[in-house]
Design a binder for this molecule. Structure first.
Ligand code: ADP
Length: 166
């Protein structure tokens, strides 16, 4: 019997960027299905609501229907992985500065889950300076973000920020 290999790609995705899309597409080369897990943080102030982020991510991965699903979760990632019967967490690494925190989290998640492994995919060079927070900063200051996020995210940012000003 062949088993479906599932990986979880967790994050805030506020908003999703081309870097996130690339990591999912590359994870699909290694796994049958990818669950994009949006951590819903009631205390953390996000620009987009969890529901809006679910919609933005679903749109980004529409063409992979059946292989990519988008789910929100709260609480421990290790528990979410167990619930989903996934043995693998995917994370992207942009710079060495990501590594410290990420390796600590990987060890903690393995310990808490009883064996879930974290697989790191190195960001593409052209995406390595893209982060959701920098994209938000640039967009808020009126800069162009079309090269950094999918088109529908550009539109969503525009709508969200004009509503805020208005
Ligand atoms: P978190 O708050 O959990 O870091 P993010 O939405 O910022 O959530 O990031 C989710 C995942 O995507 C992380 O593993 C992060 O390293 C990765 N990531 C973010 N931006 C990029 C990028 N430009 N290229 C590759 N991976 C990225």
């Amino acid at each position: 019997m062949t088993q479906t290999r599932t990986a979880i790609f967790p994050g805030s995705f506020d908003p999703p960027t081309n870097g996130h899309v690339d990591i999912v597409e590359r994870a699909l080369e290694l796994f049958d299905t990818v669950i994009v897990g949006i951590l819903s943080h009631p205390e953390k102030k996000a620009l987009f609501t969890t529901k809006e982020r679910v919609n933005l991510l679903e749109k980004s991965f529409k063409k992979y229907k059946g292989r990519v699903s988008v789910e929100e979760f709260s609480g421990l990632l290790a528990e979410f992985a167990k619930r989903k019967k996934s043995r693998v967490i995917i994370r992207g690494l942009r710079a060495i500065t990501d590594f410290d925190y990420e390796s600590q989290m990987a060890l903690m998640n393995r310990r808490l889950s009883g064996g879930v492994e974290t697989v790191f995919l190195v960001a593409r060079e052209e995406n390595s300076y893209i982060s959701s927070s920098v994209v938000k900063q640039v967009a808020k200051l009126g800069g162009k973000v079309t090269a950094f996020v999918p088109k529908h995210v550009v539109n969503a940012l525009r709508a969200k920020l004009s509503k805020r000003k208005g």
